[in-house]
Design a binder for this molecule. Structure first.
Ligand code: ADP
Length: 708
């Protein structure tokens, strides 16, 4: 297991400190031992000196006592008593000095022996005083020095000296050990501290280098931010700016100093403010990002059209939310686009009107109602009719693609059956197929789609039309629609001449054809596939062609489909989570794709009981509840949801096919009744209202719901 740098330093310091503590403890112990040895020595000397003093006084006492016994001169007695006092005080000192020492027993014996001797002095003195000199002289002659006293004194001295030597030896040994350990420990601790210091030094150097690299990077990033042409700002949820770059300041005419007194709302056109605030509320709630085109107002009051995106993310301390905006001034672009639009609409109108009348006039001439033409003339008129029709188609296509690619075509989405869409597309080109002697084979998967049906039909018709155009008579064009978890795959396959691999991509661009003669030979101007691609991309799908360049080609496009089974959450990565409780698979699918394409995450439950269970598990931000549910109907599910602590606060939107239902439930007062049959916008608006944070009770909204 690798050891982190911090742990290494900690270990180094811990070892060094442990060693220092051991050395300190040893030194303390050794000093104490030395002090004790010194104390011991002093006491030993005192004992020996006192002992010798006692013996000397005893001798002196003995001498002066004998003097008295022989002479009867009482002055000897005075000296004798002084010596005896010395003996007694010496004995007392000895007892005190040897208290608690092993010699105390010997001292007690010594005291007793000396006491006996002193008693003998008293006896002899009494003999001298009562029986005279002769009796005392006899007693002196019979008297010898008591050898026991000196033996005992020697024993005590020997004992004291032996212990003194022992203590000194122990103290000096302990002292040597302490010295060695202290030296070794000190060196080791110093080594560890040095290692720790080196590691710290290295780390500090590495960090300061990393810090410098980071500062350099920050300076570079800052340089990029400051010099980019995009206006970039960050702000907090109160709308206070926390950063603005140079493009922002230059375009809007503000200085750094102004930022203290302005808020994000001050740079937004008042007419746009509610819409922008709604977007900000949404992104803050979902921590997401959204594209936004709006109007900014400069410090001088000039209005600028800007386009870009706003995003929200938790700040580094996770306490607040940073809102970031990145915008580009498109005022001029929009003005040019407007001019172009006006130009196109004028041109198309100006072109289409005379063209329609030319087409009408030629048609009239061609029909023979204005007189019969020569066969050659008739042929010319027919060519003119066909070409004027082609011109009308071309103008329509140009207008169409202009509108599609500038994103000004809103898809009118509704629910459509996959099989029905395919059948309608096939029907519309059947006359063409019959004329070209081409067989159409149609095979569609079950299920529904949430799409702009007319636009999908336009795409299909174009692909099938092309397939027929390029198919030899007697061949087949196959139309299929399959689906997987995420998408429906539409395929149009023919047995025509195929498309060379290097053209597979370019044919989707405007006015691009495999062969320049195709336009003349097969009709069309090379706009059909470009329009088809715009439509598919606007739906969030994809389109491509497959061919080996010899044996026919296959055009494939996908449209997003959404899973109808299981409890998992689908849709975008973030955004409010909606639980759809709906037993009808098609309706569920339609709702799911509708919500997902509006930024909601979705989970499905196919009956009331499952809905209740999942609501407790995944805690959605809102529940879309069907009333006619199996297992447990919608009203009962609503009651259960409102009785359960975990789910009580989840807003519920009820879908019902009937008008205002006759019965309500006490646990869940209904906040809104949306009476009219709803369309996508209303459902989304109701969901947005329901998922908005509010202090009120979570709403229950009842809608009459469109059935797909
Ligand atoms: P057009 O209106 O001219 O058909 P499209 O954009 O639909 O324009 O097609 C562009 C070109 O792609 C056609 O002119 C033709 O060259 C080629 N192409 C399209 N479909 C097929 C096909 N099924 N087989 C062979 N070539 C095709």
């Amino acid at each position: 297991m690798p050891v982190s740098l911090r742990s290494k330093i900690k270990i180094g310091f811990a070892v060094a400190f442990t060693i220092l503590i051991v050395v300190a403890a040893l030194s303390y112990g050794s000093t104490l031992t030395l002090l004790r040895a010194v104390d011991h020595e002093e006491r030993a000397h005192e004992v020996i000196v006192t002992l010798n003093g006692v013996l000397a006084n005893l001798n002196a006492g003995e001498g002066s006592h004998r003097g008295y016994l022989i002479t009867g001169d009482s002055s000897h007695l005075v000296r004798h008593r002084a010596s005896i006092d010395g003996v007694r005080s010496g004995l007392n000192n000895l007892t005190v000095l040897t208290q608690n020492l092993p010699e105390a027993g010997h001292v007690r014996t010594f005291n007793a022996l000396v006491e006996n001797r002193l008693q003998e002095f008293v006896t002899r003195q009494r003999l001298r005083d009562t029986e005279g000199l002769e009796a005392a002289a006899r007693a002196i002659r019979a008297d010898t020095d008591d050898p026991h006293i000196y033996q005992q004194a020697n024993t005590i001295q020997g004992e004291v000296r032996r212990r003194l030597a022992e203590t000194q030896t122990r103290a000096s040994r302990f002292g040597r050990v302490t010295l060695s350990v202290s030296m070794l420990g000190g060196l080791t601790a110093a080594l560890f501290l040095c290692i720790a210091a080196i590691i710290i030094l290295r780390e500090v150097t590495a960090r300061s280098e990393a810090f410098k690299a980071l500062s350099d990077r920050e300076a570079r990033l800052n340089d990029v931010l400051e010099n980019t042409g995009e206006m970039i700002h960050t702000a907090n949820t109160d709308g206070k700016f926390t950063y603005v770059n140079r493009a922002w300041r230059d375009t809007l005419g503000y200085h750094y100093a102004d930022l203290e007194s302005i808020y994000t709302r001050d740079i937004i056109d008042p007419a746009e403010l509610p819409r922008v605030q709604e977007v900000i509320r949404r992104i803050v709630r979902g921590r997401t990002q959204e594209n936004l085109e709006t109007v900014f107002v400069t410090k001088q009051g000039q209005k600028l059209i800007v386009t870009g995106n706003v995003s929200a993310r938790a700040s580094d301390d996770r306490q607040t939310v940073d809102i970031r905006g990145m915008f580009r001034d498109v005022t001029e672009e929009r003005a040019v686009e407007r001019l172009k639009d006006e130009f196109i609409s004028v041109v198309s109108h100006e072109l289409r009107t005379p063209l329609t009348s030319i087409r009408g006039a030629l048609g009239l001439i061609g029909s023979g109602k204005l007189g019969t033409l020569e066969p050659k003339g008739q042929r010319m008129v027919e060519i003119a009719v066909a070409d004027s029709e082609r011109l009308v188609r071309l103008i329509n296509d140009i207008l169409d693609i202009e509108r599609m690619e500038s994103g000004r075509v809103d898809l009118d989405k509704s629910s459509g059956s996959i099989a029905e869409i395919l059948a309608r597309a096939a029907d519309s080109v059947r006359p063409l197929a019959e004329k070209a002697k081409v067989t159409l084979s149609v095979e569609a998967a079950p299920g529904k789609l949430w799409c702009d049906v007319d636009r999908v039909l336009q795409t299909l018709t174009n692909l099938i039309g092309n397939a027929i155009k390029f198919s030899p008579p007697g061949s087949t064009v196959w139309l299929t629609a399959e689906r997987d978890e995420h998408a429906v795959y539409f395929r149009v396959r023919d047995q025509g001449r195929g498309i060379p691999p290097d053209k597979l991509e370019s044919i989707f661009e405007r006015f691009q054809q495999v062969d320049a003669s195709d336009a003349r030979a097969k009709g069309g101007a090379g706009l059909g596939l470009a329009i088809a691609r715009s439509i598919v991309i606007q739906h969030g799908g994809n389109i491509w062609a497959e061919s080996d360049g010899k044996t026919g080609s296959t055009f494939v496009f996908t449209l997003p489909a959404y899973q109808t089974e299981g409890g998992q959450v689908t849709g975008p990565e973030s955004g409010p989570l909606v639980l759809i409780a709906e037993d009808d698979a098609s309706t569920a699918e339609v709702l799911q794709s509708m919500l997902a394409s509006n930024g909601f995450r979705v989970a499905l439950a196919s009956d009331g009981r499952k809905a209740m269970e999942m609501a407790r598990q995944i805690r959605p931000d809102a529940i879309l509840l069907d009333i006619m549910l199996p297992e447990q109907d919608g009203w009962e599910t609503l009651r259960q949801l409102k009785l359960n602590d975990d789910t009580r606060d989840i807003p519920v939107i009820i879908e019902t096919g009937t008008e205002q239902p006759a019965f309500r439930i006490a646990e869940a007062p209904v906040r809104e009744w949306l009476k009219k049959p709803l369309r996508e916008d209303d459902v989304i608006a109701a969901l947005r209202r329901a998922t908005e944070p509010t202090d009120e009770r979570p709403p229950v909204i009842v809608t009459r719901f469109p059935r797909g």
